[in-house]
Design a protein around this ligand. Sequence first.
Ligand code: C2E
Ligand code: MG
Ligand code: MG
Ligand code: MG
Length: 285
Amino acid sequence: RAKHDGRNTFRFFAQEMQEHSLRSLQLSIALKEALTNDQFHLVYQPQMSLSNNSMVGAEALLRWEHPEWGTVSPAEFIPLAEQSGLIVQIGEWVIQQVAQQQKSWLERGLPEVIIAVNLSALQFHQPDLVETITSLVRKAGVVPENIEVELTEAVALKDPEVAGTTIDALSRAGFKVSIDDFGTGYSSMSYLKKFAVHKLKIDQSFIKDIVTDIDDQAIVTAIIQMAHSLHKTTIAEGVETQEQLDFLRKKGCEEMQGYWYSRPLVTEQFEQFLKSHELQKTQET
Ligand code: C2E
Ligand code: MG
Ligand code: MG
Ligand code: MG
């Protein structure tokens, strides 16, 4: 019977695999047309200062609306775009979109706000990354100083020396640089100190149970203390409750991003948010 069960399990597994890869394949093919068919848009999630309750910036997050399948999660399609190399073009579209949006806000008298964009591993490793995105931003009529690039700790870790060189070049060009999903990659703190990283984004997996889990409390406390001794700002991701917020504030975390303050918003909603919320005047980095 064990043998029989085993075979069924295997058959089920094989079928799952097949369905999984079929969807991946369909998505990969459809993804090639997504840019030209105008199926992408950005949503903006506000980031808030914990010291004075003002908005410090926002993160741009990519959304794909497929006519047939509806909204496809970036968690699902970004890895596929990364595999096919399409992420480089998509990533440039994101930066261009953000810069044009900032220009439009500027022209319409809305407050200037720093927007963070996610850089994929492949995009980060393009030899002409800094020139390309600097020229996209300037062509739109805005400045790199109002754009923050997020790279994940995994990307920064893979080859710290190479990553460090690019991070410093981005920073010299005027961009702010933050490390996304921080705490998941076991970074060596000593190398972080050397590079022009402005901000650490504490991964949401540590925030989720922070009110009750003493291990998560210890990790987050250590990250905040370490960041401060290296003169870097911390922002907590995925904050959903007042209790989580209170803990973070008590530990000296400077900023937060999460559903508690706001979900990611479509452009029109975000513009309303910009008009009705105070923006932090002086940006400390
Ligand atoms: P990320 O950069 O770490 O973005 C944060 C994710 O957490 C977003 O998911 C956001 O919607 C979600 N989030 C924010 N606040 C909360 C909260 O309070 N609770 C919970 N449960 N979740 C919260 P999203 O938009 O689905 O994006 C997932 C990932 O996809 C991003 O993680 C990022 O790695 C990637 N991604 C999104 N847009 C882009 C892009 O334009 N380029 C690249 N390369 N990657 C992107
Ligand atoms: Mg991010
Ligand atoms: Mg993150
Ligand atoms: Mg993430």
